[in-house]
Write a protein that binds this ligand. Structure first.
Ligand SMILES: [Zn+2]
Length: 339
């Protein structure tokens, strides 16, 4: 995915900071926009020893070689083990952590206390920054508060409101917006994605998510879900639960229950926005439908539904009967429209 084309403005604003780099930058925006890729491209461009005219890494120098092989001595990536490429769960082995651990943060001490290898810059990418519990975040905060010379922290966050305010305030915030649909569609087409527009619409305009949906062939369930939700008070909770349970089974582990709840949470956000006369955020091609539905729901019910979905999202991680669980969720959804 060509993130430079997707986020040309952000890239230019990052490049404009080259000469006077802050100690820490925080890239924020919804999931699936390509922020992490953007952060990595920026890191590469800073570490490169003969960057191109527009600031991009040359891809040929020694630093670029090290970087592409994942062993540049002045670069560190902090991310949960579960996100590492080689994270494969073997039977009987401990599940990889979904969190950045305090040991990972502490291990930076040695890295920060020696000079840089290439007499340049040291870069640490933290992704996603919200995957830190309080003590881990506090440990990182100490490092941010006493910045080592020639060191740049690049934090990436999908949910910056979940970060410690003290961490946020230590960083220059760089917002990453949903790209223009035409640009995003072209970038996906360039990557050989067919029906790019359709996937993009399903992903609420987030190209990374669209790519994932297209690649996994998992978009069909989402289309089905939208179609059923759109029928509002005429929705058939039992039938719908059956259809989605079938989709889960047929996906052979690719479609998780929590993904369905997350989609429903986005639908709820759009309903609430529409209810308040605001533009919706996710299901853009369904703006008119969502507006029509929202007008039928008392606002207080939407608030309760929002809280219920947060609970459901947690429950969805537990082993449970998917069909019964979904029936309950969709019965709640239908009740939103009850007289
Ligand atoms: Zn280079």
């Amino acid at each position: 995915m060509n993130v430079l084309k997707l986020h040309e403005n952000v890239w230019n604003s990052l490049q404009a900071r080259r000469e006077r780099l802050p100690h820490s930058l925080l890239l924020v925006g919804q999931k699936g926009l390509g922020k992490f890729e953007l952060a990595k491209r920026f890191a590469a461009s800073l570490l490169c020893e003969s960057p191109l005219g527009d600031g991009q890494a040359c891809g040929r120098c020694l630093a670029c070689n090290w970087y592409s092989q994942g062993n540049h001595p002045d670069f560190r990536l902090l991310q949960p083990d579960a996100l590492a490429d080689e994270a494969e769960v073997e039977d009987g082995k401990k599940k990889p952590s979904q969190q950045i651990t305090i040991d990972q943060v502490r291990s930076l001490d040695d890295f920060l206390n020696v000079g840089t290898h290439r007499a340049g810059l040291r870069i640490i990418v933290v992704h996603p920054a919200e995957a830190m519990n309080r003590s881990t975040a506090n440990s990182l905060l100490k490092t941010l508060e006493e910045p080592a010379p020639s060191t740049l922290f690049l934090l990436v966050s999908n949910e910056s409101l979940r970060l410690l305010p003290t961490i946020r305030s230590r960083c220059q915030v760089v917002p990453v917006a949903v790209p223009q649909p035409k640009v995003a569609e072209q970038v996906l087409l360039d990557d050989g994605v067919t029906e790019a527009g359709r996937w993009l619409a399903l992903a609420g305009g987030a190209p990374g998510l669209a790519l994932q949906l297209a690649a996994s062939g998992q978009g069909a369930w989402l289309e089905l879900l939208i179609k059923r939700l759109a029928s509002g008070k005429n929705v058939d909770p039992i039938g719908m639960a059956g259809e989605l349970e079938k989709a889960i089974k047929e996906s052979k582990g690719k479609l998780l229950l929590k993904a369905i709840i997350e989609a429903l949470q986005k639908w709820q956000v759009d309903l609430a926005l529409a209810r308040n006369g605001l533009p919706i955020r996710y299901f853009l091609p369904h703006q008119a439908t969502i507006k029509g539905l929202a007008d039928m729901i008392p606002a207080i019910r939407l608030i309760h539904f929002y809280r219920d979905l947060i609970k459901r999202r947690q429950e969805a991680e537990q082993p449970l009967n998917a069909r019964l669980f979904l029936e309950g969720v969709f019965l709640d959804y239908r009740a939103l429209f009850a007289n």
